[in-house]
Design a protein around this ligand. Structure first.
Ligand code: APR
Length: 234
C-alpha cells in the first residue's frame, strides 16, 4: 500500500467548532500566548494555565469529528496513513484514524511537572475526571500538569514525524498556518518527487521548495475533493 502522511493543524478542527489560534477570533486573540502556552507562564501562574486547559478540555465532549476528520480516516481503506497533528484534541482518533502522532501533546492526558515526558507519569483523564487543580499530584508526587508541549519545551515526537514524512508517497497538509516550528519544518523531510496537497481556504506562507496543489477549501470540502482525486484510479 502506498504511504500517505497528513499534517494537520487547528483548521482541521475548525468545522468541529474548535477555534483556531491565528484566525480572527482565534484563541491567541483572547489569551496571551506567554501567559497560557509557555513553560514560563505555567511556572509564573500555574492556576491560570490549568484553568485555560480545563476550559478547552471541557469543550471536547461537546464537539465531534467533522466530515474532514472522517475522510482522513477513510483514506486508510486505500493507503497506509499516518496523521501527524499539531492539534491536542482527540477528533482524529474519534473519527477512526488509527495512527496519529500528536506533536504538541494531548488535551485528555496529564503528566508530571517534574518529568513531563516520562511515560510512567502520563495518565489519561476521563469524562468524570476532566479538570486538573492545584494540589493534584502525578505519580512522582509533583504537581499534575497538562500533557501539552508548551512554547519553549522540546517536541519529543518530531523525530518520529520526520521519519514518517521521509517515507511519504503522498503528503497532505490541512488547516495549519505553518507558523510554528519544528512542525512547520516537516516539509523539508518530504522527498522532492512526492506530490504535496494543501487544503486551506486561505493562502499559507509556503517556505518549502515543494510544488504543491492548493485545494482552497475548508477541511471537509477539501477532503471530499482530494479523496475523489486519490481514489479514482485505484
Ligand atoms: N478548514 C481548513 N483550514 C482552515 C479552516 C477550515 N475550515 N479554517 C481555518 N483554516 C486554516 C487557516 O487558514 C490557517 O491557515 O487553518 C490554519 C490555522 O492556523 P493556526 O490558527 O495558526 O493553527 P496552527 O497552524 O495549527 O497553529 C500551530 O500554534 O499556538 C500553537 O500549539 C499551537 O498547535 C498550534 C500551533
Amino acid at each position: 500500500m502506498k504511504k500517505i502522511v497528513v499534517l494537520t493543524g487547528a483548521g482541521m478542527s475548525a468545522e468541529s467548532g474548535i477555534s483556531t489560534f491565528r484566525d480572527s477570533g482565534g484563541l491567541w486573540e483572547q489569551h496571551r500566548v506567554e501567559d497560557v502556552a509557555t513553560i514560563e507562564g505555567y511556572i509564573r501562574n500555574p492556576k491560570l494555565v490549568l484553568d485555560f486547559y480545563n476550559e478547552r478540555r471541557r469543550q471536547l465532549p461537546l464537539v465531534k469529528p467533522c466530515r474532514g476528520h472522517e475522510l482522513v480516516a477513510a483514506l486508510e481503506q486505500y493507503y497506509d496513513v499516518t496523521v501527524v497533528t499539531q492539534n491536542v484534541d482527540d477528533l482524529h482518533e474519534r473519527a477512526g484514524s488509527t495512527k496519529v502522532i500528536h506533536l504538541h501533546g494531548e488535551l485528555m492526558k496529564a503528566t508530571s511537572t517534574r518529568s513531563p515526558n516520562n511515560p510512567t507519569q502520563i495518565q489519561t483523564l476521563t469524562q468524570e475526571h476532566m479538570d486538573i487543580h492545584i494540589g493534584d499530584k502525578a505519580a512522582d508526587g509533583s504537581q499534575l500538569r497538562p500533557f501539552i508541549v508548551w512554547f519553549g519545551e522540546a517536541v519529543p515526537k518530531i523525530e518520529e514525524a520526520a521519519e514518517e514524512s521521509m517515507k511519504a508517497d503522498i503528503y497532505i497538509v490541512i488547516g495549519t498556518s505553518l507558523n510554528v516550528y519544528p512542525a512547520a519544518g516537516l516539509l523539508q523531510y518530504v522527498a522532492p518527487e512526492t506530490p504535496v496537497y494543501l487544503i486551506d481556504p486561505k493562502d499559507v506562507p509556503w517556505t518549502s521548495g515543494h510544488r504543491y496543489t492548493h485545494i482552497k477549501k475548508g477541511a471537509s470540502a477539501g477532503m471530499e475533493e482530494l479523496l475523489e482525486l486519490l481514489t479514482k484510479d485505484l
